[in-house]
Structure formats: structure tokens, C-alpha cells
Design a protein around this ligand. Structure first.
Ligand code: PHE
Length: 345
């Protein structure tokens, strides 16, 4: 509407038409741009509603009063409707959120330590506080380090294709962390105390209880006069720090080619306190590690005199402890990287 046409004089009917137009155009407004177009067209300095008020002088005197009041009221109504339009608040809130640089940033989600690494770190820290150091060895090993040097003869069932992933006839994925014992002893003179964490691999059928890879922490202590009571005292101290200060342990005879004597150590079930539950299969005890006095042949293989030095070694399965400690039902959860699982730790 131009002042020219306004000059021809408006009637009250025109105001109704303007109201109807404005209302239907306002209903069609959906973003900043169309809103601005609407504002300029109706509410701007040269907008329709201002022009109408300016054209008052052309209205016959007897109608002027009422027309002026109605036109003014129409302007107020349209202004109010424009301010209250629902797109406006939601739209503007969003815009100011994405553009206001003074607002604090969105929180950056923090990951958590994998449950296996948590258990590994806890075990490691206990042994570090007892004076052990950390050593590592390769996942891809030779037959020599994984078996031969560990007094495991060629006919030993652990060498079977069923258990071991062979890469070639003499290269394989280590089946335990014990080869790191050999590598560590080769370059050092006793006394020494080491823990050796790492991944190990076994060609086992995958199920809730076993997987083709898992983690161990190996321990080794060699010095003059190391006796079986040192092994017992060290591992009892470890179990009491890791599980509970009153935990009792049970030492059972076992067999490993690289230790003599060999034992397996059970801890009192920390879930039922030894009373017997479904986790400890009503026995009150949980098997947690294998250990023994380092076999004289192993010491000989790395050039350490077994007449002068003795030592003990142990191997702890990390998955087993994590399954028990956190009450996890399926070992495969550890390897699936499902954040819904990992977030719980
Ligand atoms: N290597 C053994 C295993 O994997 C555990 C072990 C380590 C036993 C050290 C004795 C001494 O079962």
C-alpha cells in the first residue's frame, strides 16, 4: 500500500482486510528471514500500518476519530502477535545458543579406563610398592622363548596346534607371559624382581568363559636364598591388599614345566567370604594364580647358576579376576568395545 493509494482515502473495511492479510502472513512466517520481511512490510517505518496512520488527514473528518483509533489498535495487535509468535522464541533461543561465544562450551565426554586395565594397574601398583619393576616382551614369540627355554619339551601338549597359534614352524603368538621371564633374565644379573604384564593368545573355542586372547601378569623374583616361604609370603601379602586384608589363601600342588615345585593359589571367595556361593561353586575358594619355584633348568638356560640363585615366579590371569570382581557374566564383553558396557567402569 502506497501513500498515493492511501491518498484516495481508506475505509474501516480496509482495516479488516489488512488485519486478515497480516494474520495469515504471520501464520506463514517460519524463520528469521520471512519474519523480517513481515516486520518491514507491516511494522516498518514505511510499513502498511504506519502509512495508514499517516493517511489520516485524507479521511473525512467525521470518520477520522474512529478510523484513527481502530488503525492504532490494529497496529498494537499486530505488533503483539508478531512478538508472541511461537517460532520467534524457540528459533531465537537456538540461534543465540549456537552463536553466543560467552556461553560455556558443551561438556566433552570423558572416556574411562577399561576394566581389564584397571585390574592390571591395581595389581601392578601393589607389586611396585613391594619393590618390583615392570618389564615387557613381544606378543609374537619364538618357540624357544615360549616353550624351549621354559623347560617345555617338544612333546608337551601345550605345543599342540590345538592350543597355540603358529605363524611359522618356530614363530608363534605367545601362549603365556612366561617367555618374558626368560628375556628379562637373559640380560641381567640377580638379584631382580619384575612383573611383566601382557596379552597372551590361545587357540580356544570362543565362549562366555574363554576367548582367543586374554591378559596375564607374570611375576619373577630371583636372588640368593629365595625360598618357598618368600613366594607364600609375597603372594599372601598381595592377595590381602588386592582382595581383603583378612583374606586367607590356599596353596595346592600343581604342575608347570618351568617351576618346581609348582602350585596353584586359591583365595577365599571374596563374594561370600568363604561360605560358599554360585561364583565359587559352593567351595568357598577361588583359583586365582599359578606359581612355583623357578626350575633349575630355566635358570641354566639363561646362564644363571642354580646352585647359587633361586627364585619364584607366578602368573595371574587378569580376565578371571575382572570377571569375578565385577560380576561380569561373559568374557566377550571385554573385547566388544560396547560403550554401554565400558561406561559402567
Ligand atoms: N604361565 C602359566 C600359565 O599360563 C602360569 C605360571 C606362571 C605358572 C609362572 C607358574 C609360574 O598358566
Amino acid at each position: 500500500m502506497t501513500s498515493e493509494s492511501a491518498g484516495s482515502g481508506h475505509s474501516l473495511k480496509d482495516l479488516d482486510i489488512i488485519r486478515q492479510d497480516a494474520e495469515s502472513e504471520l501464520a506463514a512466517v517460519k524463520d528469521k528471514e520471512t519474519a523480517e520481511q513481515f516486520r518491514i512490510k507491516y511494522l516498518g517505518k514505511k510499513g502498511i500500518l504506519r502509512e495508514i496512520l499517516k493517511s489520516l488527514k485524507d479521511i473525512p473528518e467525521k470518520e477520522r476519530r474512529e478510523f484513527g483509533a481502530r488503525a492504532n489498535q490494529l497496529r498494537v495487535t499486530i505488533e503483539e502477535k508478531f512478538e508472541q509468535a511461537p517460532w520467534k522464541t524457540s528459533r531465537e533461543d537456538k540461534d543465540s545458543l549456537s552463536f553466543d561465544p560467552t556461553l560455556p562450551g558443551f561438556p566433552f565426554p570423558k572416556g574411562s579406563t577399561h576394566p581389564l586395565m584397571r585390574i592390571r594397574n591395581e595389581i601392578r601398583d601393589i607389586f611396585l610398592s613391594m619393590g618390583f619393576s615392570v618389564a615387557y616382551g613381544p606378543d609374537v614369540e619364538t618357540d624357544y622363548y615360549n616353550f624351549e627355554a621354559l623347560n617345555t619339551p617338544a612333546f608337551h601338549p601345550a605345543r599342540d596346534m590345538q592350543d597355540t597359534f603358529y605363524i611359522s614352524e618356530t614363530v608363534l603368538l605367545r601362549t603365556h607371559t612366561s617367555p618374558v621371564q626368560v628375556r628379562t633374565m637373559e640380560n641381567r644379573k640377580p638379584p631382580f624382581r619384575y612383573i611383566m604384564p601382557g596379552r597372551v593368545y590361545r587357540n580356544e573355542e570362543i565362549s562366555a568363559r574363554s576367548y582367543c586372547l586374554f591378559h596375564q601378569i607374570e611375576g619373577l623374583y630371583v636372588d640368593e636364598n629365595v625360598s618357598f616361604s618368600d613366594l607364600k609370603g609375597t603372594l599372601l601379602a598381595f592377595c590381602r591388599r588386592f582382595f581383603d586384608e583378612k583374606t586367607r589363601i590356599k596353596i595346592r600342588p600343581s604342575f608347570f614345566p618351568f617351576t618346581e615345585p609348582s602350585v596353584e593359589i586359591d583365595v577365599e571367595c571374596f563374594l561370600c567370604g568363604g561360605e560358599g556361593c554360585s561364583i565359587c561353586k559352593k567351595s568357598g575358594w577361588l583359583e586365582v594364580l599359578g606359581a612355583g619355584m623357578v626350575h633349575p633348568n630355566v635358570l641354566k638356560n639363561v646362564g644363571i647358576d642354580p646352585e647359587k640363585y633361586t627364585g619364584f615366579a607366578f602368573g595371574i590371569g587378569i580376565e578371571r579376576i575382572a570377571l569375578l570382581k565385577y560380576g561380569i557374566e561373559d568374557i566377550r564383553f571385554f573385547y566388544e568395545n560396547d560403550v554401554r558396557f565400558l561406561k559402567q567402569f
